[in-house]
Write a protein that binds this ligand. Structure first.
Ligand SMILES: C[S@@+](CC[C@H](N)C(=O)[O-])C[C@H]1O[C@@H](n2cnc3c(N)ncnc32)[C@H](O)[C@@H]1O
Length: 240
């Protein structure tokens, strides 16, 4: 019996390591999917270093930033930055000459990121309280806007995506990383309620984006780089 309990505990610990998002439940809402986190209820539990390290194994931030073309001096934003896991890596990469806008709509996430900036002395990260469809970011100012594991949680994705176009500099891009239900299923993870990649691409097209490139190295997520189609860019940023 004792042997059985020890095996059970080992199995649970092993699953948590192999499947870092296993404690996340997905509930369909407004055509997209909402993700809830089962944690100890505190921002600390949700945004712990251990959790960040586990996510880093399936979403290596250095390789992701290389693929996004993030360089020192750039002005970039992450919409739905949560506890700042990826945004702080962006801040390191763009350096003192660059800037990162870390947006979220969750007051706990915003508070956590502000505290993190103070404690980790991050001076080039600006925490922004977004609206549901208005990211409240500077207009025509951003080289890259990243949506990392966030789009499936957004209740009104098309209006938000349309508003992102106006924040991009000419030549700026949107990088979207999100759960790929086929990859989830292949890894025996619950993909119920996740939108298909085709559904997500349709939303992006409806909002005025077109695909520039696709990166396939993430084991559980799709990773697309997109730019505004010319007519959508013109509508959002009328330039003479
Ligand atoms: C799963 S977390 C991802 C956090 C972070 N991007 C990461 O990968 O570690 C998704 C975040 O998106 C935020 N979110 C949901 N809808 C949003 C919206 N309309 N605008 C900004 N943030 C949003 C949630 O509050 C949550 O913090």
């Amino acid at each position: 019996m004792k042997h059985l309990s020890v095996s059970l505990v080992c199995l649970i610990v092993l699953s948590a390591l192999v499947f870092p998002h296993a404690a996340e439940a997905r509930v369909p809402q407004h055509g997209m999917t909402v993700q809830t986190h089962q944690h100890d209820g505190s921002s600390q539990g949700r945004y712990s270093k251990e959790r960040e390290e586990m996510i880093e194994r399936t979403q290596p931030s250095g390789k992701i930033m290389d693929a996004m073309g993030i360089k020192p001096g750039m002005v970039v934003a992450e919409i739905g930055a949560g506890g700042g896991r990826f945004a702080v890596r962006l801040a390191e990469r763009v350096g003192d000459a660059g800037k990162v806008y870390a947006n979220d709509i969750d007051p706990d996430a915003l508070e956590f990121m502000k505290k993190r900036c103070r404690e980790e002395k991050i001076q080039n990260m600006i925490v922004v309280e977004g609206g549901e469809t208005d990211p409240r970011l500077p207009l025509a100012a951003l080289d890259v806007v990243a949506l990392v594991h966030t789009l499936h949680m957004v209740k009104k994705p098309v209006p938000l995506l349309k508003n992102i176009i106006a924040t991009l500099k000419p030549g700026g891009v949107l990088a979207v990383i999100d759960a790929d239900p086929e990859k989830f299923a292949r890894m025996n993870r619950d993909a119920e309620g996740l939108p298909s990649n085709e559904q997500v691409m349709r939303l992006l097209n409806d909002a005025g984006f077109e695909l520039v490139s696709e990166h396939t190295f993430l084991p559980l997520h799709f990773f697309w780089i997109l730019r505004p189609r010319e007519e959508a860019d013109q509508a959002a940023n009328p330039r003479e």
